[in-house]
Design a protein around this ligand. Structure first.
Ligand SMILES: [Zn+2]
Length: 473
């Protein structure tokens, strides 16, 4: 076994399309020793084939799966979901197939480990999901789950328990690509633009939690409504007399409750992570559980400030910190566009990007006009790895997420064997105990995958670097 953890994110469709043994043989040839099996998601990020809009890779069925649905790709056992309204749905994409039951024994025979990988991406029509929705600043249901709602928490705890009791997996990884209401209001991510009118959560559970901490609910709501009005004014092309930034800061000091609400939201998410970690270790003490840390961590100082690796260490055995350098270019450009429309409207887009580079402490990265066509460099991967290793407790393994053929726009940068190899090498130079090839095998071209394998073999063995895996505390 290589001393390092070399992981691959892979979903059910690849084993069905190409044959389980064939896929596992290929992974072994490529130095991969750990599978991050997509076991629950309704999203296209880690499940299904390459989404339409990008060319299909040189393996797998040469057909887009536009009817992808998602759900649980193993077999949900109803007894674990008694305390939640959210229906445990088996993914109808492959009704007679249990990906864990198929892959786990074959992986074991090859001395490969299998980590169950799941994320909080739902379809809004999942039965019972509406009883877990957040409530926005205008009292309307938002089509995303509230982390303080017992239906949400019990669903994740049930899923954790189901995976740990029903299967002999080697560990679990969960990820939430969401952030608090203040960050969402100002559009501080590479996703959709600012949506200040739909942020939350003002459900009864969140309001109760706020009151218990002495936070004034009405003032928090007023603060968010003021932010909504500020953004609407900017959208109409009217610059506030004192500029966008000063006006925002005035709202913040006038209604500091919005910051408290941001913390409250994060506390709800962190408490869920903590409970999932405890549940997992109650059942299988020796099996690691860790978290996927969203790419916004690379772009937004606001989100980054909320991802305190030291605190993560209280309930993590490993962290997959996303460092997708190639798609990071177009994604960072989109982030700049989003926040330039709100908080940084006083700056030019180029100045906004310069601000990002400086506060995020990046060196030698492309100018704005080159960013979507060049991507971020391997130096970004090295620096981010070093920052994560230095910032987290020694017992937490850092496994950077490496970009191989993650979809980008038609005229935007694409993965090449050289840049994939450089990113893998940079992660090890930064002190990583392993890497996770992302975001899924069904998107990756074989030449790029082989380049990752070659870079793993060429990298010097760790001396004082992190071990492949650590035992939980
Ligand atoms: Zn809530």
């Amino acid at each position: 076994m290589p001393a390092r953890m070399i992981g691959m994110q892979v979903g059910a469709v690849s084993f069905l399309d190409e044959g389980t043994d064939h896929v596992l043989d290929l992974f072994q040839e490529t130095a991969i020793n750990t599978l991050f099996l997509a076991v629950f998601t309704y999203g296209r990020g880690i499940g299904g084939r390459m989404p339409r809009g990008s060319p299909l890779p040189d393996h797998g069925k040469q057909e887009y799966d536009d009817t992808y649905h998602g759900g649980n790709f193993a077999t949900p056992h109803p007894q674990f979901y008694r305390n939640t309204s959210i229906a445990p749905q088996k993914a109808p994409d492959h009704p007679d197939y249990d990906v864990i039951a198929d892959v786990l024994p074959r992986a074991r025979r090859r001395n490969m480990k299998v980590i169950g990988w799941f994320e909080d991406v739902f379809r809004p029509d999942v039965p019972g999901l509406d009883q877990a929705f957040e409530v926005d600043i205008h009292g309307k249901p938002a089509h995303r789950v509230c982390y303080r709602n017992p239906n949400t928490r019990n669903f994740w705890l049930g899923l954790t328990e189901d995976f740990q009791r029903s299967y002999d997996l080697d560990g679990l990884m969960f990820g939430s690509e969401r952030q608090g209401p203040l960050n969402s209001a100002i559009g501080a991510s590479h996703g959709g633009a600012a949506s200040p009118s739909t942020v939350g959560c003002f459900c009864r559970f969140c309001m109760e939690a706020a009151r218990a901490e002495g936070i004034n609910v009405d003032r928090a709501r007023q603060g968010f409504i003021a932010i909504e009005q500020w953004i609407n004014t900017l959208k109409q092309g009217q610059a506030p007399r004192d500029g966008a930034f000063v006006t925002f800061w005035r709202l913040l000091v006038g209604n500091p409750e919005v910051l408290q609400w941001e913390r409250l939201w994060n506390d709800g998410l962190r408490a869920t992570y903590r409970e999932m970690y405890q549940k997992s270790h109650e059942i299988a003490r020796e099996k690691p559980m860790g978290w996927h840390v969203w790419h916004t961590n690379s772009f937004a100082p606001f989100y980054r400030a909320e991802q305190d690796y030291q605190r993560f260490g209280e309930y993590s055995d490993f962290l997959k910190v996303v460092m997708y350098h190639n798609c990071g270019g177009p994604r960072l450009a989109r982030y700049v566009e989003n926040v330039h429309a709100t908080l940084f409207a006083d700056l030019t887009p180029a100045q906004t990007l310069d601000f990002v580079y400086r506060v995020q402490q990046y060196r030698n990265q492309p100018a704005l006009d080159q960013l979507p066509v060049k991507g971020l460099t391997a130096e970004y991967v090295r620096d981010e790895t070093q920052r994560a290793v230095a910032g987290s407790p020694a017992r937490v393994a850092i496994w950077p997420g490496i970009d191989i053929d993650i979809p980008t726009g038609e005229h935007e940068t694409k993965s090449t064997p050289e840049d994939v190899a450089q990113a893998v090498t940079a992660a090890f130079e930064g002190g990583a105990g392993g890497v996770i090839l992302s975001r899924k095998y069904s998107e990756m071209r074989l030449a790029n995958l082989r380049a990752a394998g070659k870079a793993v073999h060429a990298a010097p063995q760790p001396a004082g670097a992190q071990p492949a895996a650590r035992q939980p505390a």
